[in-house]
Ligand binder design. Structure first.
Ligand SMILES: [Zn+2]
Length: 233
């Protein structure tokens, strides 16, 4: 039977984080740092091994919930979920999937801010594993190099495809853009809806969460105002 083939560790929910227990934290979302917390051995097994394991574990979850896995509609679900986790919605955990970025000389000598706005992204809340859906707005001022516009979208997508908290997503995109573009002049604004807030828990369907990162020239109030002006148009 499934249960015997799996070594599922249980009772790990009561771990302590900065002296808070899971019960203290409840539904609140804590944010621990810039890096996605990954184990050192995260990539010791291949993607196909991961998919096999996840399919077995998800089958177990469905089985425990009492679902009949012989049903035609349900029996492919564990494999579908496993494939979706590794190849799609959590593919950004694997650095091998990081988009390849080519930079170009700023031949046009364009020295103003460039804003790529309304980049739609889908992520997942790392506390509940339900979707975060939102829009990212990214801006930079070239330090001599420019980036293909679609690459800005790709960087947003890459960091979205991880279990996330919105603060970390914002900072990861901004820090990577700083590094890639060799400039401090970066702004990232994210406006997102968390399904863990709207579809469950407090069930607030109208609230949204906004986070921002401003560095370099974007720390000046007039630059923020200019950016806001472009976003509002
Ligand atoms: Zn959540």
């Amino acid at each position: 039977m499934i249960t015997e083939t799996l070594k599922v560790k249980t009772n790990q929910n009561s771990y302590k984080l900065h002296d808070f227990s899971n019960d203290d934290i409840g539904d609140d979302h804590l944010y621990t740092g810039l890096e996605t917390p990954m184990r050192k051995d995260a990539f010791k097994i291949s993607d196909s091994e991961k998919k096999e394991k996840i399919a077995l574990l998800f089958e177990e979850i469905m089985h425990v919930m009492g679902l009949d896995l012989t049903d035609d509609s349900l029996k492919g679900t564990p494999e579908r979920v496993a494939k979706m986790y590794i190849d799609e919605i959590f593919s950004g955990l694997n650095p091998a999937n990081k988009p390849k970025i080519a930079l170009f000389e700023n031949k046009y000598q364009y020295k103003q801010m460039l804003v790529e706005k309304n980049i739609t992204f889908y992520s997942n809340c790392e506390h509940h594993f339900v979707p975060i859906i939102g829009k990212a707005h990214v801006a930079y001022i070239s330090s001599g190099k420019v980036i293909g516009l679609s690459k800005l979208n790709r960087i947003v997508q890459y960091y979205s495809k991880r279990p996330q908290v919105q603060e970390r997503l914002t900072n990861q995109i901004a820090e990577d853009l700083k590094h890639i573009l060799g400039t401090e002049d970066i702004a990232v604004i994210i406006d997102a809806k968390h399904l863990c807030v709207s579809s469950r828990g407090i069930q607030d369907d109208t609230s949204a969460t906004v986070t921002s990162y401003y560095s370099g020239a974007f720390n000046k109030p007039e630059k923020i105002a200019e950016l806001q002006n472009y976003l509002n148009n």
